[in-house]
Every structure is written in structure tokens, then in C-alpha cells.
Design a protein around this ligand. Sequence first.
Ligand SMILES: Cc1cc2nc3c(=O)[nH]c(=O)nc-3n(C[C@H](O)[C@H](O)[C@H](O)COP(=O)(O)OP(=O)(O)OC[C@H]3O[C@@H](n4cnc5c(N)ncnc54)[C@H](O)[C@@H]3O)c2cc1C
Length: 501
Amino acid sequence: MSKKRLIIIGGGISGLSAGVYGQLSGFETTILEKHHIVGGQCTGWERKGFHIDNCIHWLTGSNPNKCLYKIWERVGALGPGVEMIKNDSLIRIDGKDGNHYHVWRDLKKMKEEMLKLAPEDKDVIEEYIDAIDRYRDVEVFGIPIEQYSLWDYIRLFYKMRRVGKVTKKYSKISIADFREKFKNPLLRRAVDVCMPDHFYAEALFYTYGTFVSSDGDIPKGGSRATALRMQKRFEELGGRTRLNTPVEDIIIDKSTHCATAVKLSNGEEIEADFVIAATDVSVTLRKLLGGSVKDNYFTKRFKDKKNYPIGSHMVIYFGCNCRPENMPDTVAFEEEPITLCNHQIKLIVLKHYMYEESFAPKGKCVMQVMLVQDESDFDFWENLYNNSQEKYKEEKNRVAEAVRINVEKHFPELKGQLETVEILTPYSFHKWTGAYKGSYMSFITTKYIKPEKHHGRVPGIKNIYLAGQWVNPPGGLPNALTSGKFAVQRICKDHKIKFIK
Ligand SMILES: Cc1cc2nc3c(=O)[nH]c(=O)nc-3n(C[C@H](O)[C@H](O)[C@H](O)COP(=O)(O)OP(=O)(O)OC[C@H]3O[C@@H](n4cnc5c(N)ncnc54)[C@H](O)[C@@H]3O)c2cc1C
């Protein structure tokens, strides 16, 4: 019997994951990627002698004892040969008065530091540390929810048993609300620097819980190397990757309600038995399906910006002429306010990549600054770009220069050592992967809503499935990974094909 042809549109993490599971389950699988390299947002490139690592700051699923690790391993991203970077602290937050606070891997140390800094906040510190500790055990099983067996539910309840109390208390509290519980100004400022204010507070406990349980480490080689390992695994299994291959359209036979082929931008048509759209959902719905499909889940969410906001970043990379060995991996601080997209920002989050010697010439290192952006900021950059690319560039350079001055003010030892090597805006992400409003994840889980996944199918069409972070909010790499696996699991279940994990 000939193999069923599976076409995957998009070679980001979700598309690569779908590709590996497609091959394992016996499909003849092809990934079509518009870019010259796989990885989507999880990528990297060279600039002025430095490596720009676009994505991984932490990778949930890096603990070999957790279920998610097995999936990362299966797709070739992690495994015994992949060294993991395990920093002692996720971030250091510097206060104005020389005080600072760390998110330590060692929770006991973190608690002691917080109590020393702010004895007046003893009760809330204890509650906070306890909440993070309870999130250590939380697991992502990597099975679509509708395919859970009774045993999976029992496992889920067992794994979640310690967080029930926290969920009950915090499901209607945002990170911004939680911050208000602290009296100490540094702690008040510090708790939310890794995440947008309007995320529900549990997201913070979950993220820090993964870090303290060694489930949020960084694979050596960074984002590009991780994606390339997945491509290698896919191709070793017999899959085919076609790069520089943008898809224009999915051809649908209206009488059978089935996709029959995909059409490339050069006019070529490729026949398919199944299609997985692993593109940003806005690309899938608007471009590939030509706006013809009504999907209530996405319509509601894209309209309701208060309850389903999205987030992005402006990202600036500096080549640094020295290696300031005493600097923490990531540090947040405030110096002079900077005007960014018509508002003032103060908070700067600075990361260095000194643990990756190949990312910079000998004796130097590369540093990254991330500035939080929202949907309206995307509009600012898009309008500027469309009005004048020259002005867009000038504005990017102005902000980067203001940031450089602030970094040098905060770290006087870096004075004269920094050269701007790359500047990305939310519009950059949109141009290159099609990311909706430059979003780096999908819908942010707010306190107003119940987190709910998409069913991963296209209403009214029998053989198109959706993968990608938008199907599994709030997105990020683990959700992109599992969404690719889920798409193949759904095809197998719906069409009575054995799924091989
Ligand atoms: C600056 C930054 C930092 C991040 N840090 C982290 C982190 O530390 N940890 C974490 O978990 N997540 C992080 N993320 C998020 C993570 O990168 C994404 O969640 C994830 O990569 C999304 O994968 P995806 O497959 O869903 O989508 P994408 O990566 O967007 O992949 C979609 C692919 O489809 C391709 N495509 C689009 N249109 C077409 C077409 N017409 N034809 C063919 N191909 C097409 C695109 O080129 C792209 O390769 C970060 C993101 C950014 C931008």
C-alpha cells in the first residue's frame, strides 16, 4: 500500500515536530518552509562577527525525568549528546539603592535573600516561595486533551495535586495584582520582570517552578542549533524539507470538503492526502485559506483584545569588546526613561551569552536587551516602516542608542565597549515568519479567562489540521512542540492510522 502524503506548511518548531511524528507514523512527509532555514522564530544568524540567538532564554521540558523531555528527545532537539546550560539564577533584579534580588535556582537561597531584603513582606514571601515550590511537579503530558484516557486524568490529578490550592487562590489574580501584595519597592518591581503584567499570576509560579526544578534550562548551541537538530532527525527518518518554498494557497475540493494539494508561490502544485498548517494562525486563516473559513475560537480571541492580549518585544543586540565575567546571565534594571512607541519605558532586561564562546570572537561576547511591546506598538512600527523605511531605521537606532547609554550607565565597566549589531522590532518578526502583530507567543492567559486550547482542526474541512503555538495558548516552544505532535495524533485518530510515538 502506498504511503499517505502529508504536507506540512511551515518549518518552525511545530512543523518540525509534526514532521518527525508524521515520519514515525508512516506518512510520506514533506515540510515546506518559506525561509532559507528551518526554525521559524527559534533561530539565529550571524551579524558583524557575532551570533544573534533569537529565541531560547529557557526551554521548558529540559528535565530528563519529565514527560515533555521525552518529546524533545524524540524529535532530536535534546538528548544525551546535548549539553544543557544551567545558570544558578534566572535573573537578577537591581534596585536603585544598590540592593538586588535574584530568582535563584535554589529556592531556599531565594527565600533567604528576599527575607533579608524585605522582612516586612515575610508572609507574602513565604506564600510566593511555597507557590513556586508547588509548581515543580507540574507536567505537560503531550497528549491532546480529547485523547486523554482515564489513566491520563488520574496521572494529571496526581501531578497537579500540590497546585490545587494555588490555582484556587490565584486563578483570578494577575501578575500586576500579585505585585501589589509586596510592600518593599524592589520586590514589588521585581516579581513581574520576566512576564507581561496582565498574565495571570500562576504563569509566574509555573515558569519559576520549571526553572527551580531544572526543567527550564538552555541547550548549548542555542536556538538555531536546536532547530537544525530537529531537521536532521526528520530527514534521517526519511522526511523531506523544502526551503525557500512559500505556500500561497491550500486547494480544497468543495464537493468532498477535502484539501487536495497546496499551491506554491511559483505556481507549482503539490498533491496531499493530509495537510498540517504549522504557520502562524493569521497566515493560515487569511492567506492559505483565503479568509474562507470561519473559526469561532480565533474570531472571538482576535476581537477581544482585553481578555486575549498578545505581546512582543523590541530586541537589541550589542557586540561587547570584553567579557565582564562577574555579570549575571540576565539582569533587569532601571536608569533613564526612554521614549518607545509614544510611551516611556524604564525597565531594561539585559542578557549575555558568555556561556557560548562560539557566539563572539575571542575575548568578546554578545549581549541582548529585550524591551516589552504590545499590539499597539506593533502598529507604530508597521506604520513607520510603511511610511518611510529610512525613518523606521532612524527610530530603531535612536532607541538602541538610548538603551546603550543606559546599559553603560548601569555597568560603567562597559563604557565604550558596546557596538550595536542588530535591532529587531515586533514588525521584524512579522515580516520574517508572518507572526501576528509580531507576537512572540500566542494569547496571553489573563485573569479574566479560562485557559482553553483549540481543537486543532479546520471547521468544515476533513483533512487539514492546525499546529503552531496559537493552537496551544499561551504558546512558546513547548506548546509549539506538542501542537505538532497533536496534529499527527489527531490525523491518526480521525483516520484510523496507528500513531507511533
Ligand atoms: C525574541 C523571542 C524570544 C523567545 N524566547 C522564548 C523562550 O525563551 N522560550 C520559549 O519557550 N519560547 C520563546 N519564544 C517563543 C518561540 O520562539 C515560539 O513560541 C515558537 O518558536 C513558535 O513556533 P511555531 O512553530 O508555532 O511558529 P513559527 O516559529 O512562527 O513557525 C512558523 C513557520 O512558518 C513559516 N511560514 C510562514 N508562512 C509561510 C508560508 N506561506 N509558506 C511556508 N512557510 C511559511 C515561517 O517562516 C516559520 O518558519 C521566543 C520568541 C521570540 C520572538
